[in-house]
Design a protein around this ligand. Sequence first.
Ligand code: AMP
Ligand code: ZN
Length: 113
Amino acid sequence: MRNDCLFCAIVDGDIPSNKVYEDELCLAFYDIEPQAPVHFLVVPKEHICCARKITGENSALVAHIFEVIAKVCEDLGCESYRIVNNCGDQAGQTVKHLHFHVLSGRDMTWPPG
Ligand code: AMP
Ligand code: ZN
């Protein structure tokens, strides 16, 4: 389901992004509407609509993304950060392509709104 998917278009280079990291499996790019001094997104290159579709078949990709997040945060000098995944409409997912927000550089509240 790559048609009409914003993040597939970004992965394919059809829509520009401010890239932080890329490899054969995933892409990290800065959020266009940052909610913290550092705010980037990490997406698998494969279209997976949301966290509900993570299975034994594709979970290695998610593990890989978490390794990438640790490496990118190390490179950016972010020692404390929050990783967020919104799954489904009620949770606030607006782009239906699995993505992890990484937010850093300010105090965070808990519980989140
Ligand atoms: P979510 O609401 O969890 O689905 O997150 C989607 C995120 O994508 C939001 O934080 C948006 O600001 C971000 N976003 C939307 N369009 C773009 C874009 N063209 N480049 C970078 N980030 C984007
Ligand atoms: Zn997609």
